[in-house]
Structures are given as structure tokens and as C-alpha cells.
Unconditional design. Structure first.
Ligand SMILES: Nc1ncnc2c1ncn2[C@@H]1O[C@H](COP(=O)(O)OP(=O)(O)O)[C@@H](O)[C@H]1O
Ligand SMILES: [Mg+2]
Length: 377
């Protein structure tokens, strides 16, 4: 295994900048996911790392070695692609041993090593099979084994699971994690699927428009996003537009699309009256209760001291989503959703009046795309 460093890495295609001064460190033995929307430069970054594309600017280091100008075969990297291009007229074993044959490893040894990696990917019983007879998931395992057989320092995976159906993809995500633990190789895995990144990664690097926007452990980037882009890309959340009205201790009063003013903590953030804000109300942080007909639950917005932390709204839609139910609540000019698992007593119906409440500490507040008060600073 080896660490990887990308320094000020840039790739231009004519007028288009596909990768734009990207810096990234991957630790020795780490499984890092490059996550981002289609077209943000993930594959181009991976291909420059593997030597399949020459950078316009910047450098690639594997371990301590600068490999920017080295061809692919001079680097200890190996690539697994989305399409599992296996040789059709060779057996599974021959496919997996192929790279070793090219490296001049003798037949007895390369077959032994190929059998070993086929065991790791749980394909031992298919050594003599024709790849044509395998399922998609099995072919992808063989492709993975073929890349692992040459014992690369860094394994590069470009959306290797995206041709598999959902169930198999989720199973393979867990297996890939186990394989990574077993082979102790640095993995750089490209995906546009947040769930896949959360399942697999030691670290996630979130890419936006040719650059890395945030790197961290999955929990860290989810709990502490640096920007509105990261929040929107990672989360299924409620974003509410607001405008700063006035300052109060530790925060501001903001007019919102709820048609109500609420108080928003903005620690460390410098905003002025009139500035637009975007506030993320994460569905899992919302507390919702029905307004009782006898007025048991206050029909007025609940007020704790001076801070508005609850608003009344009306349930407009109830969506069954398999194991969970999603409820939409209209509040003023906007709508927020929250979810319950089907096992819970789902006691809300369309047209119910409900009170939606939150803890101001749980709000994520963004100004011009940047997170305010990150880490409480
Ligand atoms: N060989 C190429 N020639 C011209 N443009 C390219 C080439 N490869 C990629 N691009 C462009 O570079 C951008 C990044 O592409 P890519 O790295 O494939 O993104 P991703 O893998 O994140 O979907 C896209 O706008 C894409 O169209
Ligand atoms: Mg791609």
C-alpha cells in the first residue's frame, strides 16, 4: 500500500476545466471515496492518478514518489472500471492471472496467486468458468480480482458497482469493504451515490466543479458540512430561505418563507440586516405533534422565552416510501418534510394541523453558500 498526494492538480480540455487546482491526500491503506455529481471531474481525477490522463498542471505522488509523468505501467496502481471488460475466450483463472503473466510471473506462481485473490472475492468455485456464463455481480468480482492480483499499492475504482441492480450493489458495497480490510491496499473509489460512499468510505472527498469541497470521515462531513453544496448533496433536507432582520445575542432574527420570523443562531458569522440566509431543517431533527382539538397543544407557535422554535402547519401529503412514511407540512409559503418508519404509529393524515418544533442548535445556517458558525467558532 501507499499514500497518495494530489497537488494543485488541473486538467483542461480546450476551454473546459475538468479538474481545477485540486489538492487531496489519501492515507496509506485508506479507503477514500471521491463523491460528487456527474461531470464534476471524478473520473478525470482518477485517470490522472492512474496515469491514463496527463495533467495540464500540478502533480501526482504515490508514496514519496512523484509519478506525474510516469505511464500507467510504471505506477503501482490498478484500475477497476464500471464495465467489467473480461476476456471472453479465457477462463476466470486466466483472466485473473493475465496481469501477472504480463509481468513475467511463471505459470505455477501466477495461478496460485490468482486462486488466492479469487478466494478473497469468493469466486473460488468459478476458476474454470467462462466469463460469459457469469452474472453481472460475478463478473465484477472477477474484474476486481484481476486488478487485485497484481498487488497494486493503490487500487482505483471508477463507479465499479453502478451497473449492478440495487440489491446486489448494496451487497457488493459491504463485500468491497471487507475485501479492502483483507488486502490492506489503498483504495480510491469514485461514486456519485452518497449511500455508497457512506457505506464504504474511511474518508469521503466531496467534489464540486473540478475541486474538492470537503474531506472527512463520513460522520464528520454529514454532521458538519462546510457549505450549502455539501449539505444539499449529502442530505435529504429542508432548505428554507430567510433574510436577516436584526441582531440578537448569539444570532439574528430572520424573516422566513414560513411567513414568520424566527431566531437563528449565527455564532462566528458576520451577517448584516438584509442579507439572505439559507437554513437547513434536517428532517430527523424536527419534532412534530398534532394540534389537539381541545387545544391541549398550543395552537399558537410555541415560544420558549423569546425564541420561536415551533410553528404550526398543515399536513399536505403522506407518501409511503417502503419502510418509511414521509409527511409534508405546509407552513406559510413553504413546505417541510419529516419521516417516520412504518413500524411507528403514523398518526398524521392530510389536512391535520400540526406543530413542527426544533432545537435552534440543530439548525445549519448558510450565507452565500458558506456555512455559518461551523464547529461553534
Ligand atoms: N476526454 C475529454 N475531452 C473533453 N472533455 C472531457 C473529457 N473527459 C471528460 N471531459 C469533461 O470533463 C468534465 C469532467 O468529466 P468527468 O471527470 O468524467 O466527470 P465525472 O466522472 O465526475 O462524471 C465533464 O464536463 C466532461 O464532459
Ligand atoms: Mg465518471
Amino acid at each position: 500500500m501507499a499514500s497518495v498526494t494530489l497537488a494543485d492538480l488541473t486538467k483542461e480540455y480546450g476551454d473546459l476545466t475538468a479538474v481545477d487546482g485540486l489538492d487531496l491526500d489519501v492515507d496509506d491503506g485508506e479507503l477514500l471515496c471521491l463523491l460528487g455529481p456527474s461531470g464534476c471531474g471524478k473520473s478525470t481525477t482518477l485517470r490522472m492518478l492512474g496515469g491514463l490522463e496527463t495533467p495540464t498542471d500540478g502533480d501526482v505522488y504515490i508514496g514519496d514518489e512523484r509519478v506525474t509523468d510516469e505511464p500507467p505501467y510504471e505506477r503501482d496502481t490498478s484500475m477497476v472500471f464500471q464495465s467489467w471488460a473480461l476476456f471472453p475466450h479465457k477462463s476466470v483463472l486466466e483472466n485473473v492471472a493475465f496481469g501477472l503473466k504480463m509481468d513475467g510471473v511463471d505459470e505455477a506462481e501466477r495461478n496460485e496467486r490468482a486462486r488466492d485473490v479469487l478466494e478473497v472475492v469468493e469466486m473460488s468455485e468459478f476458476v474454470d468458468a467462462d466469463p460469459e456464463d457469469l452474472s453481472g455481480g460475478q463478473k465484477q468480482r472477477v474484474a476486481l480480482a484481476r486488478s487485485l492480483a497484481i498487488e497494486p499499492d493503490v487500487l482505483l475504482l471508477d463507479e465499479p458497482l453502478s451497473n449492478l441492480d440495487k440489491r446486489l450493489r448494496e451487497q457488493m458495497q459491504l463485500e468491497l469493504r471487507n475485501i479492502h480490510d483483507e488486502v490492506e491496499t489503498t483504495f480510491v473509489h469514485v461514486t456519485h451515490d452518497q449511500n455508497e460512499a457512506f457505506t464504504l468510505a474511511d474518508s469521503i472527498a466531496i467534489m464540486n466543479d473540478g475541486d474538492v469541497e470537503q474531506v472527512g470521515e463520513p460522520r464528520e462531513v454529514y454532521d458538519d458540512p462546510v457549505s450549502l453544496f455539501v449539505e444539499e448533496f449529502l442530505g435529504d433536507t429542508n432548505l428554507v430561505d430567510a433574510r436577516v432582520q436584526s441582531h440578537i445575542d448569539g444570532g439574528v432574527v430572520a424573516a422566513t418563507e414560513f411567513d414568520e420570523e424566527i431566531e437563528v443562531p449565527t455564532p462566528g458569522g458576520h451577517v448584516e440586516a438584509g442579507d439572505p440566509l439559507t437554513i437547513s431543517f434536517r428532517p430527523e431533527e424536527l419534532d412534530v405533534s398534532r394540534v389537539a382539538a381541545d387545544g391541549g397543544q398550543s395552537a399558537d407557535p410555541a415560544e420558549a422565552g423569546d425564541v420561536t422554535t415551533a410553528l404550526e402547519g398543515t399536513v399536505t401529503d403522506v407518501l409511503y416510501r417502503g419502510s418509511s412514511v414521509r409527511f409534508y407540512v405546509q407552513i406559510g409559503e413553504t413546505s417541510v418534510f419529516f419521516e417516520q418508519s412504518v413500524g411507528d404509529k403514523t398518526d398524521f393524515e392530510v389536512d391535520d394541523s400540526v406543530v413542527v418544533s426544533w432545537d435552534p442548535e440543530d439548525l445549519l445556517v448558510f450565507s452565500e453558500g458558506e456555512r455559518l458558525g461551523r464547529g461553534g467558532t
